[in-house]
Design a protein around this ligand. Sequence first.
Ligand SMILES: Cc1cc2nc3c(=O)[nH]c(=O)nc-3n(C[C@H](O)[C@H](O)[C@H](O)COP(=O)(O)OP(=O)(O)OC[C@H]3O[C@@H](n4cnc5c(N)ncnc54)[C@H](O)[C@@H]3O)c2cc1C
Ligand code: SF4
Length: 329
Amino acid sequence: MNLFTYEKASTPSAAIELSGKSSAARYLGGGTNLVDLMRETVECPQTLIDVTALADGIDQTGDGTLMIGGAVKNTALAADMRVRSAYPVLSRALLSGASAQIRNMATVAGNILQRTRCRYFYDNASHCNKREPGGGCDAIGGFNRYHAVLGASSSCVATHPSDMCVALVALDAVVHVEGPSGRRAIPLAELHRLPGDRADLETELRPRELITAVEIPQLSFGRRSTYRKVRDRASYAFALVSVAAALDIDDAGNIRDVRLALGGVAPKPWRASKAEAALRGQPATEQTFRAAAEAELSSAKALRDNGFKIELAKRTIVAVLNELKGEGA
Ligand SMILES: Cc1cc2nc3c(=O)[nH]c(=O)nc-3n(C[C@H](O)[C@H](O)[C@H](O)COP(=O)(O)OP(=O)(O)OC[C@H]3O[C@@H](n4cnc5c(N)ncnc54)[C@H](O)[C@@H]3O)c2cc1C
Ligand code: SF4
């Protein structure tokens, strides 16, 4: 690990000001990802700005909107009664991630900005366009069982690792940020970039921007929502495929509205818009669910080792929608 200085910010503006004093400053949440990367010398910041004292509350406005501070711990968010009752999908996604000890440290903002778990990215001896633009990608011809089948490019096939983000993107969450040029809000679905020919550019954040909060708009059928994660073992494993879904069925058994997102299959939390379009207004049957899953995965492309993810994703979508249909019956 390289030498670095440590500062603790007491306000967002203090954090932003501190970040301007060094060309290689990084915000520090729980450190569960950034410090690992520093140990591997994949990241070498000169200054760490601890932002865990900022915005660690969860507030609900009169219209039901939830405002979650960027420094809220993953454990606290998963346990919040308003989240558990109105958005079980979010609580379950959080609880399926990492371990209790890591969730006690990890923050909402840090979870959103955690880096990919591609093993070649962590190994400085490997070629990786994300670490070194133009350096090549050893995953494409290498061991790629965990890599993307949707949204990847010839420059990078890594998946986004966060479970929480899959639930948040299904819930139309909005990320609030503050930086040297002021405040702005970005829909979570637009925050993470697909790699294209610049795998190193991962988000739409501008230099020194700090995530201050995440907003979840009220969702009337959020109670009928869930998250299912398929992985190689029961704990400490990232998703092979995951599905976040919320379902609204009318009295005639037709789908009035639906929210669907996928994890483990793409370089960003993947909103399954094609499947949603195929489901709305249709009868809530297994046949409809399967057709929607086929529509979403129609553009999927397999690498050498990850072709199984395509059928796994389809089956998981169908299983989750069947489960939600049963819950409302
Ligand atoms: C063994 C292990 C297993 C895991 N399993 C899972 C899993 O199954 N599912 C899952 O989703 N995750 C998993 N994780 C990842 C874990 O969830 C993340 O490490 C964690 O969420 C990161 O949060 P943090 O607060 O510690 O972030 P940090 O490590 O502190 O920071 C991560 C990034 O966010 C930036 N950052 C932090 N706060 C801000 C802010 N307010 N504004 C702007 N930038 C900021 C940092 O500069 C850094 O780039 C696992 C981690 C480990 C070590
Ligand atoms: S998949 Fe992406 S992160 Fe992994 S080695 Fe290739 S460029 Fe790097």
